[in-house]
Design a protein around this ligand. Structure first.
Ligand code: NDP
Ligand code: GDR
Length: 363
């Protein structure tokens, strides 16, 4: 039997990298959409890279962009995929308040362009479609914990765009019988998480503070509550969802909730840093108990115009129908992220001592 072919948009992102790895292990031919950038942007998948001059490659990258419909149709036509995973997005909630139109175009219309491409090319019966939907759809939550039936109340341009993508996926399933489904994924993290999402920002900053490369961490809402899982566990579900008899939407979450503050405390603990909190609101500070230095400051720059205060998922349907359980605990996730960032910071420290410039980003 011929091996399956998959097309992953967003292959250079966190989930794209883990999913590409998983599908290659399963024997798929993996095609990925990458954006043209002024420098190499494939760090996360470089270990899977194959020389474009080599015959019989299993991973092939195509230039493209979700805002460019004709490009998407061409890539779909060339690759004739059995499965499309639409992971590409302007995925930062806070940035979406600054780039609402672009975010709507990529995250909302982008999904429609792919679905319409599948239809125009007559691939409705062949191609299965996965849409990266999000717990941000619940926004101002109407029910706790959140299930597939909980009403949506988006609270950002990002979530509003993803709401369109969610419903257009349902609509193409119902209108044209395309095997299309939404994974409503709660936050998932890993050592290759983007550096400006809160978890990675914390593990990176604390590692650097620990080594003396950075003075402090500036943070926004310490009390936000999230249901954090590990990306490696979550991409398994993305694949599983496309292997069922009938297409359905699933919530993917751990069912456990923690605050940003707890994340900082646990990450500190993994480094042997005990943190004491002092003050309130925007004056709250995190103090290193070993030396009395303030290492965490609240900075309102990171507050959002409308915040999602709490998210807590109920993954019962995924457990019952797909036999899926997250395998990596919250504690192991934090530990793994700290270990990786400590390694990276040690490399930076060596470079700095040898007189080389290192990345000083602290957003
Ligand atoms: P990342 O931000 O790590 O990756 C996003 C990917 O999309 C990158 O490959 C990026 O390319 C690509 N991309 C961005 N804009 C465009 C565009 N205009 N055209 C083509 N590609 C583009 O996200 P994650 O891997 O964390 O998330 C994957 C998907 O899942 C996203 O859609 C996200 O919204 C959604 N999601 C994520 C959750 C999470 O907790 N991680 C939870 C729920 C949903 P480049 O590398 O060039 O920037
Ligand atoms: P989120 O993730 O918005 O949930 O979206 P993020 O890590 O950005 O924020 C989580 C919570 O932490 C609070 N927070 C901060 N966030 C950032 N980025 N930086 C800070 O300094 C900071 N301080 C506090 C936020 O206010 C928020 O409450 C992620 C993305 O991956 C989306 O693409 C995805 O859809 C959702 O998760 C599920």
């Amino acid at each position: 039997m011929k091996n399956k072919t998959a097309l992953i948009t967003g292959i250079t992102g966190q989930d794209g990298a883990y999913l590409a790895e998983l599908l290659l292990e399963k024997g798929y031919e993996v095609h990925g959409l990458k954006r043209r950038a002024s420098s190499f942007n494939t760090d996360r998948i470089d270990h899977l890279y194959e020389d474009p001059h080599k015959k019989g490659r299993k991973m092939i990258l195509h230039y493209g962009d979700l805002t460019d419909g004709t490009n998407l149709i061409r890539v779909l036509q060339q690759t004739q995929p059995d499965e499309v995973y639409n992971l590409a997005a302007q995925s930062h909630v806070q940035v979406s308040f600054e780039t609402p139109e672009y975010t709507a175009d990529v995250d909302g219309l982008g999904a429609m362009r792919l679905l319409e491409g599948i239809r125009l090319l007559g691939l409705e019966k062949k191609t299965r479609f996965y849409q990266a939907s999000t717990s941000e759809l619940y926004g101002k939550v109407q029910e706790t914990p959140q299930t597939e039936k909980t009403p949506f109340y988006p609270r950002s341009p990002y979530a509003c765009a993803k709401l369109y993508a969610y419903w257009i996926t349902v609509n193409y399933r119902e209108a044209y019988n395309i095997y299309a489904c939404n994974g409503i994924l709660f936050n998932h993290e890993s050592p290759i998480r983007g550096e400006t999402f809160v978890t990675r920002k914390i593990t990176r900053a604390l590692s650097r503070i620990f080594l003396g490369l950075q003075e402090c961490l500036y943070i926004g809402n310490l009390n936000a509550l999230r249901d954090w899982g590990h990306a490696r566990d979550y991409v398994k579900m993305q694949w599983l969802m496309l292997q069922q008899e009938r297409p359905e939407d699933f919530v993917i979450a751990t069912g456990e909730q923690h605050s940003v503050r707890e994340f900082i405390e646990l990450a500190g603990k993994a480094l042997g840093l005990a943190i004491r909190w002092e003050g309130e609101g925007i004056h709250e500070k995190g103090i290193n108990m070993a030396n009395g230095k303030t290492i965490v400051f609240v900075d309102p720059t990171y507050f959002r115009p409308t915040e999602v205060e709490t998210l807590h998922g109920d993954p019962t349907k995924a457990k019952e129908k797909l036999g899926w359980e997250p395998e990596i605990s919250f504690e192991s996730l934090v530990q793994e992220m700290i270990q990786a960032d400590l390694e990276e910071s040690k490399r930076d420290e060596l470079c700095q001592r040898a007189g080389f410039r290192v990345n000083q980003h602290n957003e």
